[in-house]
Design a protein around this ligand. Structure first.
Ligand code: AQP
Length: 334
């Protein structure tokens, strides 16, 4: 909360091409808050380097992610859209909050366990303390709500614990944020291994539908999606993870309930069903892709937005960081 205005904050890593998981679980929900809340949406490039990145690709994806924010309906006049590394307070608060976060807490984070297994040759300290930087991102803006997919809920819960611990020692410092996890699209699964989350860094491109995939590619990927050896189109995550994931995606893109979708496909084969999921996905993404292309072509416009967004964000970030430094006993020169 800043003054009497509630705050929404979230971020997306430019660590790969964005997927329909990122879109349905997070991005498309960001604009829900644009009218009533003060909103900060950040391209979290500092998080992305916990895994090795190719510099030219990281740079390109940073522009693309910002263009996608706008293409997903985030008006830069109503939302503060910026790049994390351009606001140095994120990294500074992160150091301070490291001193308020327990080793045991970080060891329990599921994403750390998953990513350290996947990148066994590079289990760096940043991968371990990633949730502290994320807590800093959120707490700098006195955030009330954090719209995220279910995989990030554990990190927002840790952020709450860190904030409460800090507030206990230094009262009234941080607003305690709430994770907001959408009912639909909270965890879109891989098309190749539907018990695994769809991730932008997945090495198998057929497992993932990217927001920017063309229509034919989208339809082809859905046609190849792993299902099961039955023939019934029914939602049952445990017994039929592939079909259930496709039903969720269909329901997210059409606005129909799962029950309505099940009825619509009763008696139909998997082939028709998969083709229909591909069609509705391609239809829904077409306007986002067109707007993305328009925004991306205007490099100077994106850079002007990066500058403006960083200036706006810094104003709020500085206020919180100064408050924290003062409470801690750091000397303030005026
Ligand atoms: N499969 C998903 N279903 C629903 N929501 C998802 N999100 C990610 N994958 C899914 C949500 O997207 C937002 C941005 O995610 P992120 O960039 O911060 O990183 P992540 O959660 O680690 O996402 P990825 O795609 O799996 O990235 P990589 O492969 O780099 O690790 C978050 O709100 C997230 O919940």
């Amino acid at each position: 909360m800043f003054g009497d205005q509630k705050v929404s904050f979230s971020g997306v890593q430019p660590s790969g091409n964005l997927t329909i998981g990122n879109y349905l679980g997070a991005l498309r929900n960001f604009s829900t808050y644009s009218e009533e809340y003060k909103t900060f949406y950040c391209v979290v490039d500092e998080h992305a380097i916990t895994v090795r990145q190719i510099p030219a690709e990281l740079r390109r994806r940073t522009y693309e992610t910002l263009a996608l924010y706008m293409a997903c309906g985030l008006d830069p006049e109503k939302n503060t859209l910026y790049v994390q590394s351009m606001v140095h307070e994120h990294a500074e608060l992160s150091w301070i909050l490291n001193c308020f976060t327990m080793f045991g807490e970080l060891s329990r984070m599921t994403q750390f366990k998953d990513k350290s297994a996947k990148h066994a040759d590079n289990i760096n300290a940043g991968l371990f303390t990633y949730p502290v930087l994320m807590a800093s991102d959120i707490l700098l803006y006195q955030t009330d709500v954090v719209p995220v997919g279910i995989d990030q809920k554990q990190h927002v819960e840790l952020c709450r614990d860190i904030a409460m611990r800090f507030n206990q020692v230094y009262p009234d410092t941080f607003t305690i944020p709430e994770p907001i996890v959408a009912k639909q699209g909270r965890k879109i699964m891989s098309l190749a291994e539907p018990t695994k989350k769809m991730s932008k860094s997945d090495e198998n491109p057929n497992a993932v539908v990217y927001i920017l995939d063309d229509r034919d590619t989208i339809i082809r990927k859905f046609k190849r999606a792993v299902t099961d050896s039955e023939s019934e189109i029914r939602y049952d995550e445990a017994a039929k993870p592939g079909v259930s994931n496709l039903l969720s995606i269909y329901s997210c893109f059409t606005g129909k309930t799962i029950e309505e979708a099940e009825k619509e496909f009763a008696g139909k084969g998997y082939g028709d069903f998969k083709a229909a999921v591909g069609e509705v996905t391609a239809d829904a993404l077409a306007p986002v892709q067109a707007e993305f292309a328009r925004r991306l072509a205007d490099k100077a416009g994106l850079e002007a937005q990066m500058k403006k967004g960083a200036e706006e964000a810094s104003y709020y970030a500085r206020r919180t960081l100064s408050k924290v430094q003062k409470k801690l006993g750091f000397v303030q020169l005026h």
